[in-house]
Design a protein around this ligand. Structure first.
Ligand SMILES: Cc1cc2nc3c(=O)[nH]c(=O)nc-3n(C[C@H](O)[C@H](O)[C@H](O)COP(=O)(O)O)c2cc1C
Length: 200
């Protein structure tokens, strides 16, 4: 492996969970790498041609890929290239089930096939908003170390991880968490259930 470009595809990249996953990844990855927020890609001088591998780190949004990452993928597909980097994925979603991420990963596999990129390793994180703040964070850290090793050794690996909790417990704990968070910002369950929350 020559060099890795890590893309933070979150719309809230500077204060995102994806940023935290990237920090954990770079603690385990011993090769050379650069980082970029997808939000800033069009203004940057980054040339994907300079990299042998690209790691896309992003959240699941509406069972799909968030807009900043879509924009990055579109520009990357249109730019002239002398070589095609291998694409790797570290995706996290809010729901407990890491399988929620499968459709977004398949979209990226299709993208890679369509535009001639190789496809490498995948890590799908369920309960991605919460898990790093719980005693189960070691489960993610272990998978991230394996992801880093798989990219460095060119041994593609597909992994998933989540909190080992019954759905009912996860649901009641997460509902309580979001209601408390909403109340801190002057929001109720009712106001958070409307589209106007997007304007707050
Ligand atoms: C607009 C929006 C759409 C989302 N859609 C989904 C979804 O379809 N499935 C899911 O499990 N989580 C969904 N989530 C939760 C995010 O994937 C989760 O909060 C993630 O940790 C955010 O990562 P980030 O901080 O890196 O952006 C959504 C969050 C937002 C704000």
């Amino acid at each position: 492996m020559e060099s890795l470009l890590i893309i933070n595809g979150s719309p809230r990249a500077p204060r995102s969970n994806s940023k935290r996953y990237i920090e954990l990844f770079t603690q385990s990855f011993t090769g050379s790498y650069d980082q970029l927020q997808a939000l800033n890609y069009s203004k940057s001088t980054v040339n994907v041609d300079d990299y042998s591998d690209i790691l896309l780190v992003f959240p699941l949004y509406a069972d799909s890929i968030p807009t900043p990452l879509m924009t990055f993928l579109k520009i990357m597909s249109q730019s002239p290239k002398t070589r095609q980097p291998t694409i790797h994925v570290l995706i996290n979603c809010g729901f407990l089930e890491p399988e929620q991420n499968i459709i977004a990963v398949e979209m990226l596999q299709f993208y890679a096939k369509q535009f001639g990129f190789s496809f490498g390793s995948v890590l799908m994180v369920g309960s991605g908003e919460a898990i790093l703040n719980t005693p189960f964070s070691f489960l993610v850290k272990r998978r991230i170390r394996k992801l880093a090793a798989s990219i460095q050794t060119h041994n593609p690996l597909c992994q998933s991880v989540t909190m080992p909790l019954p759905k009912s417990i996860f649901l009641s704990a997460s509902t309580k968490y979001w209601l408390t968070m909403g109340a801190k910002h002057g929001q109720t369950k009712e106001t958070m259930s409307t589209m106007s929350i997007e304007k707050e």
